[in-house]
Structures are given as structure tokens and as C-alpha cells.
Design a protein around this ligand. Structure first.
Ligand SMILES: [Zn+2]
Length: 431
């Protein structure tokens, strides 16, 4: 590996990590539901955390603005160049309902600490020229909690906003268009949030892992190789509803038993594949009476993997099995695809700098850090349309996420800040 470029004292890094943890607590108090954490898009809480983030950005010398989609940004231009393209660091500040305090939030706050550590270098002409500006972005909607559509904030930045989204409604039938106006944003100006690929060097995000892989390995940090995307299906199995007492087994066409076998087949096939995970999350039997053989079952399937080709091949294997199962039981089945998106791959250069960054936190001669793919969605999926993306995962004990119990240690955050700052310097040296 290259020799570490960051010259920050362990005390400075530890103080940075403590500040991140304290600010996670402070942001957790900005909530729509007392006793829980709930911050959805275009809410008063969204406005409050944007104001806080902007304050923290200005405190380290960044120029700040809220863009046309309600994302909060800060920018630090290098001393030697104006109008340089920017490396974006960040994540999101919105949450699911009854959320934890770290998902997304920690990535924004770590981005700020990296800027604080690198500010002198970027600002001071006595250092070798810093070849890009640093931006920190706090995306306004990643989770899709309010309007049922994820990545709204980052899609606006990527210029992939869909005009159909204006008519999305929240639980109170408020349209996205009206929520924009009530928040003080002008829907007609949404295009101004979009960034041109030439303005960006890339997007680098730190995020807690939303699984137990790092905890199981006993490691703090991982390089993310890609962000998996799901294919989702609604499946229907059709048999015959008949009297539960009067119908002998050899005459039954029980849709529930066929669908149950199908769900088990999904598990068996996906378990045999290293990088594919399939989940049947909804399951409903009709007519749903205690004394009637189920004539119809509807269930969902969420299928995700590191590579789209593998995922699609596994879907093929599942359909073959379902044909066999249903044929044997005299049932009919059909599937309707309701969602499909390609995986977003982290750029090889960005995987390299994140790896170098993590190695800088380990003793000399340590093994290469873990490389894992994200099974959950992230803002990088949208940003990948316009720029290179990279991600760093932090250990999340037990892998609990989207839950008040999600956690990360201050020690791991300190390592993450060092790794992220080092990655940025490696990228600067590389250019
Ligand atoms: Zn997140």
C-alpha cells in the first residue's frame, strides 16, 4: 500500500468521533414523534436538521445552500483553484419511522469531520495543490418514508427526477407538489438541483452496515463493492377452494400448500447461492376460512444480489422449481414483476482508495479489509448515474438497522473518519 498521507493526531481523530456521536444524539432529538426518531421529507423536522447541518458546515468554513429538492450542501473550494470539480461526501438525514440514530446521519457527520481535518491542506497554498473542491451533502429523502418512493433527494441531484412523482401522496393525501410548496420550495425549479457530471469528481459515502458481516468477522470497516438492487414480484397461485372436511387429499388442489412449498424453494435455491438473497414478505390465502381448502394465495418475492446476471439466473431457477411444484399439485401460478433496478457498482478507483484508507487504520502487514456488497439501497444508486461512487461500511453490532437499537461505536467512527480522510487524500494524490 501507499504510505499514509493524513497527518492527524489520534487525539484529533478521537475528538472528531466524539463530536459525531454527540451530534447523532442532538439530531435524534429532532423528531415528529416524542420518544422515537421520525424525520420525513419536507417536514418541519427536515427544515430543522438542515439548519443545524448548515451551521456545522459554516463553522468549518464551508459555503452553504439548500438546493431545489431540499438537500443541504456545503462546499469548500481549494485555495489554488476556483470552479474546480467537487468530491461529494455525505449521506442522508431523513429516517424511517421509529428509526435508529445512525443510518445515514453518521455519513453526513463523518463527511464534516473529514473536511475539518483536511481544511488546512485544501485552504493553504503551501501544500501541494488540492485538485478538487470538497462538498458535504445531506440528502433530504433517501428512505422514501413519506411518499413511498426512495432516493428522491439524490435523484434530483442526479437529474433523474420523474415528473410523475409530483402526484405521489403521503398518508394524509398531501401531494409531493403541495409538500414542496408548503416547505417553501418551487416545484418548477427542481431541475436546478441537478448536477452536471463535469462538476463532480465522485461521491463517497460512509454508512453503517445494515447486516452483521463485519461484526461476525470482528472487523471495523469494509470496502463496499456494489449496491444491490432488488427485483420484486407479486405471485399468485390458483387451486380450488373446497370443503375442508369433505375433500379427500387426492382431490385437493391446495394453493396454500403449493405457495408454501414455493417459499421454501426460494429459501433453498437462494441459500445455495453465495450472493443472492430472496425474501417472501407478504403471504395471503383466500378465501381465508378455517373450514375451506385455500383456493388462491398471493405472495411477494424480493430478490437481490451483487450482480444482476446472477440474480436473474436465480429467478430462472426459481421459476423452474415453481413449474414443477405447481404441476405436481395441479395448481396454476403466475408472477408479475413490480420493480426492477440494476445494481450500482462502486468505481474500481473508489474501491481502491477506500481500501487504502482502511489499510491506513490497520497495523502494517495487515490483511486486506473485507469487501462486501450492500444488500440495502443507498443514495449512491442515484448518484451513480452522473459520477463515480464509493462507499465505506462501518461495523453495526448484530446488524440491527431501521430500528432504535441500531448502533455503531465511537472507536469505529474514529477509524472510519481516518479511513475516509485518507481515501480523499489518496484520490487527490492520484489526480
Ligand atoms: Zn441509509
Amino acid at each position: 500500500m501507499a504510505s499514509p498521507l493524513l497527518d492527524a493526531s489520534p487525539d484529533a481523530i478521537a475528538a472528531a468521533a466524539r463530536r459525531v456521536m454527540a451530534r447523532c444524539d442532538e439530531l435524534a432529538r429532532v423528531t415528529a414523534t416524542p420518544g422515537e426518531i421520525e424525520r420525513v421529507y419536507l417536514s418541519p423536522e427536515h427544515a430543522r436538521v438542515n439548519r443545524l447541518a448548515a451551521e456545522w458546515m459554516r463553522e468549518i468554513g464551508m459555503r452553504t445552500w439548500q438546493d431545489a429538492a431540499g438537500n443541504q450542501l456545503g462546499r469548500l473550494d481549494p485555495a489554488q483553484t476556483r470552479e474546480a470539480p467537487a468530491l461529494m461526501l455525505g449521506s442522508h438525514l431523513d429516517t424511517v419511522l421509529d428509526a435508529g440514530r445512525f443510518d445515514g446521519i453518521v455519513g453526513v457527520l463523518m463527511g464534516l469531520e473529514v473536511v475539518r481535518l483536511l481544511r488546512r491542506r485544501a485552504d493553504d497554498a503551501s501544500f501541494s495543490p488540492f485538485p478538487f473542491a470538497l462538498e458535504v451533502v445531506a440528502f433530504s429523502d433517501e428512505e422514501g418514508t413519506r411518499f413511498g418512493k426512495a432516493l428522491l433527494g439524490s435523484s434530483a441531484v442526479a437529474g433523474t427526477w420523474d415528473e410523475d412523482w409530483w402526484d405521489l401522496v403521503d398518508a394524509d393525501d398531501v401531494t409531493l407538489r403541495r409538500a414542496f410548496l408548503e416547505f417553501g420550495l418551487d416545484p418548477a425549479r427542481i431541475g436546478e438541483a441537478a448536477r452536471h457530471p463535469d462538476e463532480l469528481v465522485g461521491y463517497l459515502e460512509a454508512h453503517i452496515e445494515q447486516g452483521p458481516e463485519l461484526d461476525r468477522r470482528g472487523e471495523s470497516l469494509a470496502v463496499v463493492s456494489s449496491i444491490a438492487s432488488a427485483r420484486r414480484f407479486q405471485l399468485e397461485v390458483e387451486g380450488e377452494a373446497r370443503h375442508a372436511g369433505g375433500t379427500p387429499y387426492d382431490m385437493r388442489r391446495d394453493a396454500l400448500l403449493g405457495a408454501s412449498e414455493a417459499a421454501l424453494a426460494v429459501e433453498r435455491i437462494c441459500r445455495a447461492e453465495h450472493h443472492i438473497i430472496g425474501t417472501v414478505g407478504q403471504f395471503e390465502a383466500f378465501p381465508g376460512a378455517v373450514n375451506v381448502v385455500p383456493g388462491e394465495v398471493r405472495f411477494s418475492l424480493d430478490l437481490r444480489g451483487e450482480f444482476d446476471g446472477e440474480r436473474d439466473r436465480v429467478w430462472g431457477a426459481i421459476t423452474n422449481d415453481l413449474d414443477m411444484i405447481m404441476g405436481r399439485r395441479g395448481l396454476r401460478w403466475r408472477a408479475r414483476e413490480v420493480h426492477s433496478a440494476p445494481a450500482a457498482h462502486c468505481a474500481p478507483l473508489f474501491q481502491d482508495i477506500v481500501r487504502e484508507g482502511i489499510l491506513a487504520t490497520l497495523p502494517p502487514g495487515a490483511d486486506d479489509p473485507a469487501v462486501i456488497f450492500s444488500r440495502a439501497g443507498h443514495d449512491g444508486m442515484a448518484l451513480g448515474a452522473i459520477t463515480d461512487i464509493g462507499m465505506l461500511f462501518l461495523r453495526n453490532p448484530d446488524g440491527v438497522s431501521h430500528h432504535p437499537d441500531e448502533s455503531v461505536s465511537s472507536a469505529d467512527v474514529a477509524l472510519g473518519i481516518r479511513a475516509l480522510a485518507e481515501a480523499v487524500l489518496q484520490l487527490a494524490a492520484d489526480r
